[in-house]
Structure formats: structure tokens, C-alpha cells
Design a protein around this ligand. Structure first.
Ligand SMILES: [Zn+2]
Length: 46
């Protein structure tokens, strides 16, 4: 399980990843609806 922090609204989202690799992918924030590219510094491993 990963924790993603939205760079726009700073909310945290849980993300269930199969391979644990999400950096470089595009995600849409469930709170503000904006898409962003996932960077290393906004991902936390739980
Ligand atoms: Zn957001």
C-alpha cells in the first residue's frame, strides 16, 4: 500500500499498487480532480 500526496491540494490518497511501482505514472486526485504525474517525493510506502 502506498500513500500519495496530491501536489495541488495536499490531500493524501491511499493507492493499492500491484507491483509497488507508481513513480512516473499519471494519477488523478480523488479530492480536487486534477491529474498529476507521480514523483518520488510525494509517495510514501506504508
Ligand atoms: Zn488534489
Amino acid at each position: 500500500m502506498l500513500l500519495l500526496k496530491c501536489p495541488k491540494c495536499k490531500n493524501n490518497m491511499k493507492y493499492n499498487s500491484m507491483d509497488g511501482y507508481i513513480v512516473g505514472k499519471s494519477k488523478r486526485c480523488v479530492y480536487c480532480g486534477r491529474s498529476f504525474k507521480v514523483r518520488d517525493n510525494i509517495v510514501k510506502k506504508l
